[in-house]
Write a protein of this length. Structure first.
Lengths: 158, 196
């Protein structure tokens, strides 16, 4: 076995996927090649060292880890509150909008007796044409920059 | 483990109970997996306090997403996907992620001189050797996030290639190449520490 093959096998060995016969062949190479033996020592140490490092961090934070459920439960409760809040806000938004619409309608809905302030009579109305005896066609002109509006008044209703 | 627990109630039963409104069932899941989850999180984010936050946030997220869990699959694989993504997000948001530039110098084939160096293998031994711990932490920090996740899931969690692939949503081939890459990087850090 050459050193290049040995390096590939060292990785497989660290992963635990090296077949037994290949492992024996690798061992034979390592015993006679200090360079590959050093490579093998460093590679096979990565796993245990990583676990050791995690073990140290876990030991440092053991008390906080013991209280994990308390933290998680508080977070769950906070999430519930957050879910309730928007619905509560939404209800008030809809209610406010409904009230505003009702007030607007009450104030400005044109009745038969009084159509002010939108009735053409309240503007400077230019009557352009009368097509029917039962109705009046009026062209409302509120100024040069504003669009003209055509009103059709029939039996006193717009 | 196949998503089951030999002792006590199975994961699936606990999930069903949680979905039915039994919060104490979810507590059992938290107690069951918090230690392993912390190991994975701290391996990825490095800092213990950040890892605690990641574990907490992942369990909370899992609680609210539990109705999306597909019965028959492994809870921990499903949960670890949330956990790893949460840890990677945390790492990206952290200023530490910009500290160490990515390099490929470990790919060189130069052989190190032979010696009889013995690396520590227990937390106690490593705790006594703070320099090595720091060197290892820096090496982990220099890995791209998903490479770090792969080596942590493999070495700390002992997950199989296909489980890692499912957890990270990638192919087994990608897992193997990332693992090879990550292990090489850590190996170089250890050799550099030894040769200093």
């Amino acid at each position: 076995m050459d050193c290049r093959t040995a390096h590939a096998r060292i990785g497989e060995k660290a992963d635990g996927i090296l077949p037994r016969d290949a492992g024996e062949e690798l061992s034979g190479h390592l015993s006679g090649c200090p360079s590959c033996a050093a490579e093998d020592a460093a590679t096979s140490a990565t796993g245990p060292l990583l676990r050791a490092l995690v073990g140290i961090r876990a030991a440092e934070k053991a008390p906080a880890l013991d209280a994990m459920w308390t933290r998680v439960r508080a977070g769950i409760e906070e999430g519930r509150e957050a879910q309730r809040r928007p619905r509560w806000i939404a209800r008030w938004v809809w209610l406010s909008a409904a009230v505003a619409l009702a007030v607007f309608t009450f104030l400005f809905y044109p009745t038969g007796a009084d159509r002010s302030p939108f009735h053409p009579r309240s503007f400077d109305v230019a009557v352009e044409d009368v097509e029917s005896e039962a109705g009046t066609v009026a062209l409302v002109d509120k100024g040069e920059d504003l669009p003209r509006v055509i009103w059709i008044i029939e039996d006193g209703k717009t | 483990m196949n998503g089951r627990e030999k002792d006590g109630v199975q994961d699936d039963a606990l999930i069903r109970a949680t979905l039915a409104g039994d919060e104490s069932a979810f507590r059992v899941l938290v107690e069951r997996y918090k230690g392993r989850a912390f190991g994975v999180a701290v391996g990825i984010v490095g800092d213990g306090d950040d890892a605690l936050d990641v574990v907490q946030d992942s369990f909370i997220k899992a609680y609210y997403k539990l109705k999306e869990f597909r019965f028959g699959s492994n809870f921990y694989t499903w949960f670890y996907r949330l956990l790893v993504n949460q840890a990677i997000d945390r790492w990206r948001k952290s200023a530490r992620s910009a500290e160490v530039p990515f390099d490929e110098s470990w790919l060189s084939d130069d052989a190190s001189p032979p010696d009889a160096f013995a690396y520590p293998r227990t937390p106690e031994d490593l705790a006594r050797n703070r320099e090595l711990g720091d060197a290892l932490q820096r090496a982990i920090g220099s890995l791209p996030e998903y490479h770090r996740a792969v080596i942590v899931l493999r070495e700390v969690e002992g997950m199989a290639y296909d489980e890692i692939a499912k957890t990270l949503g990638c192919s087994v081939g990608t897992v193997m190449s990332r693992l090879h890459y990550a292990r090489g990087k850590l190996k170089e850090a250890l050799k550099a520490y030894r040769d200093r």
